[in-house]
Design a protein around this ligand. Structure first.
Ligand code: MG
Length: 371
C-alpha cells in the first residue's frame, strides 16, 4: 500500500463530566484524529492519544501535532509499505521519541491494511479473546461519599475492576473506605501517576492490608531504580505505566524487578508493532499485562480493544464504553459494555470494527490539515 493523502483533524469532544487527576482537570478531550487514504482509495483511521498538558508524559497534543506535520507525515506520504508492521521501525530509523505521534499514524496504517485485506484488526493482530474485561478509573472526587457512590454505580454496572486515582493525603482513607464498603471480592487497584517518592515507603506499606491488585506508577514517571527498591518493601504488586515507553523499558523492569505488571498503552510505546513485541516479551515471562486508556475517542478505543484481545492480556483493561466519558462518540456503533463488564471485540467487521460518524466528526472538528 502507498499512502497518498493524510488528513489531521483537531477535535474537541465534550466529556460527560470533567476528569480530575493529580495533574489537573480535563473538561473536554482535545484530540487529534488521523485519516489516511492510500493509492486504491482505502481509508485508515487513527488517533493521537497525547494529552493536552505535559503532566503525564512530556509529549502533548501540540508537540505531537508539530512532529506529525513537520517530520512524520512528510516521510510517510507516497511511501510503499507491504505490511503495517514495517511503519514503526521505519520511523525509528530517523526519528527518536514522539511515540504518541508515531503511534497515531502507525495505527491508522494498521486499520487501512486490515480493511484492504478484509480482515478485522483483532484478527490481524492475532487476537483470540472474543470479549475483553473492562475496569473503570475513578478520578479524585470532592468527598469520600461521592467516590463511594461512583464506585457503587460502577460495580452495579458490571465493571470488573475499580482503579482509584490516589495522591498523598488522598489515599489511605479512600482505600480503607472502599474495602470496607465492598469487601475483598472487588478487584481494587490504585493509580498514583508518580505522586509519591521513596520517602513515602512507610505510608505505601500500609496499603498492603487492602490487598490491592496493583499500585500503578507510585514513583517518578521515568524511574526504575526507586521502584525496584519500593517493590522489595511492599507486597502490593507495582504496575508500571509512565516508565514503559518501549520494549527496552520492559526488559529493564524485568531485570531490575521494578514492577510486576505492565499497563500497555499502544500510543505510549509508539504503536501496535512495538505493543506486539512487548506482549510477546511479557507473555514469555508470565508478566501480567493489561491495556490502559488515554481518554481516547471511539477510534483510539478501537485499537485498545483489538490489542486487548490478545491472549497475554490477562487483567481487565481501562476499556470503558463510550458513554463513560463522552456525551456522544464519533464512532458508530458506540462502544458498549455488557452487564458482566465485558466489551465485545468486533472480529467480523474489517478494520477497527466501527464506522466513523463523519457528520459528528465535522461538528466537533476545530481545525484541519490536509497533506
Ligand atoms: Mg496510569
Amino acid at each position: 500500500m502507498t499512502i497518498k493523502n493524510v488528513v489531521l483533524r483537531e477535535i474537541n469532544l465534550p466529556l460527560r463530566q470533567p476528569f480530575v487527576t493529580s495533574h489537573g482537570i480535563i473538561p473536554h478531550r482535545r484530540s487529534l484524529i488521523i485519516e489516511l487514504i492510500d493509492n486504491d482509495g482505502h481509508i485508515g483511521w487513527g488517533e493521537c492519544a497525547a494529552l493536552e498538558t505535559p503532566g503525564y508524559l512530556p509529549e502533548t497534543f501540540d508537540s505531537s501535532l508539530l512532529v506529525l506535520q513537520k517530520w512524520l507525515v512528510p516521510v510517510i506520504r507516497d511511501r510503499h509499505f507491504s505490511h503495517p508492521g514495517e511503519v514503526s521501525s521505519f520511523f525509528d530509523k530517523s526519528i527518536r521519541g514522539w511515540n504518541f505521534a508515531k503511534a497515531a499514524l502507525e495505527m491508522a496504517v494498521w486499520d487501512l491494511f486490515a480493511k484492504k485485506q478484509g480482515s478485522s484488526l483483532a484478527d490481524l493482530l492475532g487476537g483470540v479473546q472474543k470479549k475483553v474485561a473492562a475496569g473503570i478509573v475513578l478520578g479524585l472526587q470532592d468527598n469520600l461519599r461521592l467516590l463511594i457512590e461512583k464506585a457503587e454505580e460502577a460495580v452495579a454496572a458490571g465493571y470488573q475492576r475499580l482503579k482509584i486515582k490516589i495522591a498523598p493525603g488522598n489515599d489511605f482513607a479512600i482505600l480503607h473506605a472502599l474495602r470496607k464498603e465492598f469487601g475483598e471480592k472487588i478487584d481494587l487497584a490504585a493509580d498514583a501517576n508518580s505522586a509519591y517518592t521513596l520517602a513515602d515507603t512507610k505510608n505505601l506499606q500500609r496499603f498492603d492490608e487492602f490487598k490491592l491488585s496493583m499500585i500503578e506508577q507510585p514513583l517518578a514517571w521515568d524511574d526504575h531504580a526507586d521502584h525496584a527498591v519500593l517493590q522489595k518493601n511492599i507486597q502490593t504488586p507495582i504496575c508500571l505505566d509512565e516508565s514503559i515507553l518501549s520494549l527496552a523499558d520492559c526488559q529493564t523492569m524485568h531485570a531490575m524487578q521494578s514492577g510486576r505488571i505492565v499497563n500497555l498503552k499502544p500510543g505510549r510505546v509508539g504503536g501496535l508493532a512495538p505493543s506486539l513485541k512487548i506482549h510477546e516479551f511479557c507473555q514469555k515471562r508470565r508478566i501480567p499485562l493489561w491495556c490502559g486508556g488515554m481518554l481516547e475517542s471511539g477510534i483510539g478505543r478501537a485499537f485498545n480493544i483489538a490489542l486487548a484481545s490478545l491472549s497475554g492480556f490477562t487483567l481487565p483493561g481501562d476499556l470503558s464504553p463510550s458513554t463513560r466519558y463522552f456525551k456522544r462518540d464519533i464512532v458508530v456503533p458506540e462502544w458498549k459494555m455488557d452487564a458482566q463488564g465485558f466489551v465485545v471485540v468486533p472480529f467480523k467487521k474489517p478494520g477497527i470494527g466501527v464506522d466513523v460518524d463523519r457528520d459528528y466528526l465535522k461538528r466537533v472538528t476545530v481545525d484541519e490539515w490536509n497533506f
